[in-house]
Design a protein around this ligand. Structure first.
Ligand SMILES: Cc1ncc(COP(=O)(O)O)c(C=O)c1O
Length: 394
C-alpha cells in the first residue's frame, strides 16, 4: 500500500495511531482538549531547507516568511532560527515580527489600502515597503527621508494556482499595478524622492506543475519593466508555491520554480526574494477536533465537530478540500459517505460534503489536514466559538 500523501516530517503512524515527533496525537489532544492546532518543527525545517537548496545557485536570495499564514510565536521563532526573513502586511504583523526578534532590515512589507497611521508605522520602523499605486507612495514620501528605497507591486494579469477562483487568484484583482501604469508610478516615486529598488509580484495560491509556463510569463513581465528601473536590486516573486495539499495535487516543485526564475533573471542578477507562507508551514500543521454528534438529514449522513469556521475558515472561505484522518485508526478503510459540519450557526459552516470516510461516532478525534497555513491566523470569534490551543512539537 502506498503511504498517504500527508505523512512526512515527524508525522508517522504508530501503535496508538497518529504520532507527531514520536508522541501520540491522541495523548497530546487529551492534554489540552480540542480543538488543537499541532505543528511539526521537522516539517517546517524540511520545507525551508528545500526552498533554500532551490535558491542556492542564485548570487543572492532571500526567503521572507509570509507571517499572515501563521503567526504562532514558536513558529516565528523557529523560522527566524532557520534564517528566514519576514513578509508582513500590517502594522500589527510588523510589531509581532519585531517582538519575535526580527530586525527591521529583515522585514519586507506588502500591504494594501493603507491609512496614514499604517504608513507612519512602516516609516517609523524603517522597513522596506512594496506599493500598489502612485497616490499611496506619494503620501509615504512625506513621512520618510529622500532616497528611501521602496518596491512596486506589479499585477502581470496572469491566472494560476489551485482551484483558480476569486479568493485565491490575484491576476487582474484590486491589488498591484498593471504594467501600463508602472511608468506613472516610477515617475511619481522619482518626483517624491523615493528610490524604486524592487519589482514585486504575487500571483496567488498554490502554483501547479502546469502553471510553470504562466509563472515564467509573469516573470517576463517584470523583466520587461526592469530596464525602466535604474536602481533595481531585487525581484520579489511573492508567495504561491504550494506543495502537495491534497492527494490529487501536482504542485510546481521548488526546483522547477527556481529554474523558472533563473531562466528569466539568471543566477547572477538581482537579489531574488520570495514571500512564502503556504509552502513553509501548511503541511506542518493539523487541526485535531472531536466528533460531537452524528445525524442523518434527507438521507445525508453528517458528523458534527467541536470546531467550525470560527477557528478554521479554510473550507468555508476558500472552498478547498481538506483531509480527515481518524486519530486512533489513521488507516481505517473509507467505507461511509459522510458530510462534516462545523459548530457555527451558518449554513455554510461545512468542512466537507459527501466524502468517503471511515465510520465516525461521537467522541472520535479526527485530524484535519493541512492546517498549518491560514488556519489559526484567520480565526475569528464568531458565535464566541473561536477558541483553540496551539502547540509546536520540537
Ligand atoms: C503579497 C503576498 N505575499 C505572499 C503571500 C503568501 O502566499 P502563499 O501562502 O501562497 O505563499 C500572500 C498571501 O496572500 C500575499 O498576499
Amino acid at each position: 500500500m502506498t503511504a498517504p500523501w500527508w505523512l512526512g516530517g515527524s508525522l508517522t503512524i504508530g501503535a496508538a495511531g497518529l504520532e507527531m515527533a514520536g508522541r501520540s496525537v491522541a495523548a497530546l489532544a487529551a492534554e489540552t482538549d480540542t480543538p488543537l492546532y499541532l505543528y511539526d518543527s521537522a516539517r517546517v525545517r524540511a520545507q525551508v531547507a528545500e526552498v533554500r537548496a532551490a535558491l542556492a545557485p542564485f548570487r543572492d536570495a532571500r526567503i521572507c516568511y509570509a507571517m499572515k499564514a501563521n503567526r504562532f510565536g514558536p513558529i516565528l521563532d523557529l523560522l527566524r532560527r532557520e534564517g528566514a526573513d519576514i513578509d508582513a502586511c500590517s502594522p500589527r504583523e510588523l510589531a509581532v515580527a519585531r517582538s519575535a526578534g526580527f530586525a527591521s532590515a529583515q522585514i519586507s512589507v506588502t500591504a494594501s489600502s493603507l491609512s496614514d497611521s499604517d504608513l507612519h508605522a512602516f516609516a517609523d520602523a524603517g522597513v522596506h515597503v512594496n506599493f500598489d499605486h502612485a497616490p499611496t507612495l506619494r503620501r509615504y514620501a512625506e513621512l520618510v527621508p529622500r532616497g528611501t528605497r521602496i518596491g512596486l507591486r506589479i499585477d502581470p494579469g496572469v491566472h494560476v494556482g489551485y482551484g483558480v477562483n476569486s479568493r485565491t487568484d490575484y491576476g487582474d484583482s484590486r491589488l498591484g499595478l498593471v504594467p501600463e501604469d508602472t511608468g506613472d508610478a516610477l515617475m511619481a516615486a522619482a518626483d517624491a524622492g523615493l528610490v524604486v529598488d524592487t519589482l514585486h509580484m504575487h500571483l496567488g495560491w498554490g502554483l501547479r506543475a502546469r502553471d510553470e509556463a504562466d509563472f515564467r510569463r509573469a516573470l517576463g513581465v517584470l523583466a520587461g519593466l526592469a530596464p525602466r528601473v535604474p536602481d533595481l536590486r531585487c525581484i520579489n516573486v511573492g508567495g504561491g508555491l504550494g506543495g502537495r495539499l491534497r492527494q490529487a495535487d501536482e504542485p510546481l516543485s521548488a526546483g522547477r520554480w527556481a529554474a523558472a526564475i533563473a531562466a528569466v533573471f539568471g543566477h547572477g542578477g538581482p537579489t531574488i526574494a520570495c514571500e512564502l507562507g503556504t509552502h513553509l508551514v501548511a503541511t506542518s500543521g493539523m487541526l485535531v477536533a472531536r466528533v460531537t454528534a452524528t445525524w442523518t438529514k434527507n438521507g445525508e449522513h453528517w458528523a458534527g465537530l467541536d470546531v467550525g469556521q470560527a477557528a478554521n475558515v479554510y473550507a468555508a472561505h476558500y472552498g478547498l478540500e481538506l483531509e480527515f484522518v481518524v486519530v486512533d485508526r489513521p488507516l481505517a478503510a473509507a467505507t461511509e459517505r459522510l458530510s462534516i459540519g462545523g459548530n457555527i450557526n451558518e449554513s455554510g459552516d461545512v468542512f466537507a460534503r459527501h466524502r468517503m470516510l471511515p465510520p465516525l461516532a461521537g467522541g472520535d478525534r479526527i485530524a484535519i489536514l493541512p492546517a498549518g497555513a491560514y488556519g489559526s491566523s484567520m480565526a475569528s470569534d464568531h458565535c464566541l466559538r473561536g477558541g483553540f490551543a496551539e502547540r509546536l512539537l520540537p
